[in-house]
Design a protein around this ligand. Structure first.
Ligand SMILES: Cc1cc2nc3c(=O)[nH]c(=O)nc-3n(C[C@H](O)[C@H](O)[C@H](O)COP(=O)(O)O)c2cc1C
Length: 580
């Protein structure tokens, strides 16, 4: 049975949003929200063929919904869902991951159906509780946990962190052999063909999706593929694009081949943690995000799900190690930790953290031991004993970035690196003749703030006033400059800028308040205005473009003020194009 609702392409005024409803297996129905015109994803990812957000309804003796859809589908989605089920009868909502395009309707759903128990990974549940701001019935699941819906539909959850969101799980129905993967093996392709009968139409978008979303986490892709290997899979019900059934082995092989190639060429950091313990999974995700910003790959290794040979192999081959202190009362983990320390070797960079589980192995003796082994500390040990917050997430992310930058800096000074002769001569000098102004970019999001001295700034339009700023991918402020985020661009004044430049160029420890000792007041958009700025602009990010080692952050300026009408902007002259 395939049913579609909503306005379609054939009408000139069509909303170009529609919902396709189709039975995919016994008691299993897909509700595919077709977004025919969406042309951008994750701000920097251009779409050629729209996308879909796929949600699934399973009716055993208990009823479960797997993921929802983008908030823009609210009316269409709930209309179709009500045709299929009385919302008050739904027992579970399984959240494979919390990215808004799949979770955008969760708050609305729970408002009308508060009896629903939300099933998700621990990290996902924390994100959801922050998003929804209301008590919810929660069931946290980890790899291997099962949920029996009755009538043969026994669901098993498989953790797949970082694919491509930190909190991802996959859901496998043992009754129908359908694997619900959300983003994994998905593609942005909008069409009302339910399945992958015609792979040649799909393969370019399948690869683009892999390259943009999965390739940075190739090692995590391989780990997830290993986890699903033993399962007999009849079809993969993805969260985007068509479901995969006709060429499943081929799609999986492509993921494996691309990921193996990627994993061989990108140095990686292995992050070891005890998944079920304290807040270690949230901390390790945030540290991992910070490492990814530096261009290194990450591999998350749960002490509770690994074995000695895997630990030995990873700890030997990783460029860096991060260890979350495991609980002392789990003696079976001690051999894993000692294998790790035996395999670790000088030249590697290490970071340690404590999670607040209350029983952690002592961190400082381990730090001393690592230093005796000749390992370099990537960041000072982190101890987060209380409930993690956005501020502690940012601290962990910045610590991860510090560790990644140390590894990259070591690689850059290694014997194989030679200066690029073109850059060392004319090209470098000619680039250095490009001059700019000097600015301090400031941003505040809730309790988290950031600041950066910037010179690669230009106006890009007048109606509306547009700006573009090149922000290195590993800047701490980068994660506060996503689509829709607001910031302030402070213009520095000639002759008055040295103190501020010196201040903002300090190497700040992870989580430090970059405004301590600097006079500021909040702009109407909440970001700090420097009291000594010549002028400032309040800006909103509209999109970002990828430019090798920088993001080009494009924004519109909504308001601005000049403090000294006759003041001059500080100008930045350089000699070399290889530095700011
Ligand atoms: C004169 C000058 C101009 C700079 N301009 C930029 C810029 O436009 N974009 C950028 O990403 N970094 C720029 N930087 C580098 C950052 O300001 C600096 O490294 C940063 O504050 C370090 O912050 P982090 O801890 O967030 O990496 C500039 C540095 C200097 C000295």
């Amino acid at each position: 049975m395939v049913v579609s609702s909503g306005l379609r392409l054939d009408s000139p005024q069509a909303a170009r949003l529609s919902v396709q409803v189709a039975a995919i297996a016994p008691d299993s129905t897909a509700l595919r929200c077709l977004d025919w015109d969406r042309d951008r994803f994750d701000i920097e990812f251009e779409l050629r063929n729209g996308t879909t957000y796929n949600s699934f309804l399973l009716k055993g003796e208990k009823i479960a919904l797997i993921d929802t859809a983008h908030a823009k589908f609210s009316d269409l989605y709930f209309h179709e869902l009500r045709q299929q089920v009385d919302l008050e009868q739904i027992d579970y909502l399984i959240v494979n991951h919390t990215e808004p395009d799949h979770s955008g309707l969760i708050a609305d759903l729970l408002a009308v159906a508060p009896q629903i128990t939300v099933v998700a990974s621990k990290v996902a549940m924390q994100f959801l509780q922050n998003q929804i701001h209301r008590p919810l019935a929660a069931q946290i699941v980890k790899s291997g946990d099962r949920l029996d819906l009755g009538r043969g539909h026994e669901l098993e959850f498989i953790s797949a962190p970082n694919l491509h969101w930190p909190d991802t799980i996959l859901t496998y129905d043992h009754g129908t052999q359908v694997l619900y993967t959300c983003d994994v093996l998905g593609l942005h392709y909008c069409d009302d063909t339910l399945y992958d009968e015609q792979p040649t139409r799909l393969e370019a978008d399948f690869q683009l999706y892999y390259d943009c979303l999965m390739a940075p986490n190739a090692r995590s892709v391989l780990a997830a593929l290993r986890r699903i290997e033993p399962l007999p899979i009849a079809q993969v019900a993805t969260g985007h694009g068509p479901l995969l059934r006709h060429h499943l082995a081929d799609w999986r092989d492509r993921y494996r081949t691309w990921s193996e190639a990627q994993a061989q060429t990108t140095p990686f950091v292995a992050l070891f943690y005890a998944g079920d313990y304290g807040h270690s999974d949230r901390l390790v995700q945030a540290i991992g995000q910070g490492i990814l910003k530096t261009g290194l790959a990450v591999e998350l290794v749960d002490f509770l799900e690994t074995d000695i040979p895997t630990v030995r192999e990873l700890a030997t081959s990783a460029a860096g190690l991060v260890v979350g202190m495991p609980p002392q009362d789990r003696p079976e983990l001690a051999p894993l930790l000692s294998t790790l320390l035996t395999a670790a070797h000088p030249g590697q960079t290490i970071g340690l953290f404590e999670t607040g589980g209350g029983q952690d192995e002592p961190i400082f003796p381990l730090r001393n031991r690592c230093q005796e082994l000749g390992l370099t500390l990537g960041f000072e040990p982190i101890a987060i004993k209380a409930e993690p917050t956005a501020a502690t997430d940012k601290l962990c992310e910045e610590a991860g970035t510090d560790l990644g930058q140390r590894i990259q800096a070591q690689a850059a000074t290694g014997p194989r690196q030679r200066p690029d002769s073109a850059l060392a001569t004319g090209l470098d000098q000619a680039l250095g003749r490009l001059s700019t102004g000097l600015y301090v970019l400031t941003a505040q999001r809730g309790e988290v703030s950031g600041a950066m001295l910037a010179s690669w700034v230009m106006q890009t339009g007048t109606q509306p006033p547009g700006l573009a700023i090149a922000v290195a991918k590993d800047r701490a402020i980068e994660s506060l400059l996503g689509w829709g985020d607001t910031f302030v661009l402070n213009v520095l004044e000639e002759g008055q800028s040295q103190r501020l430049i010196k201040h903002f160029l300090k190497r700040f420890p992870p989580g430090a308040d970059r405004f301590a000792g600097v006079a500021t007041c909040p702009a109407p958009n909440g970001s700090p205005v420097l009291a000594a700025a010549l002028a400032y602009l309040e800006c909103t990010v509209t999109h970002r473009l990828e430019a090798h080692d920088h993001w080009i952050v494009c924004a519109t300026a909504g308001a601005g003020r000049v403090a000294k009408p006759h003041g001059l902007t500080a100008v930045h002259y350089r000699n070399s194009g290889s530095h700011y």
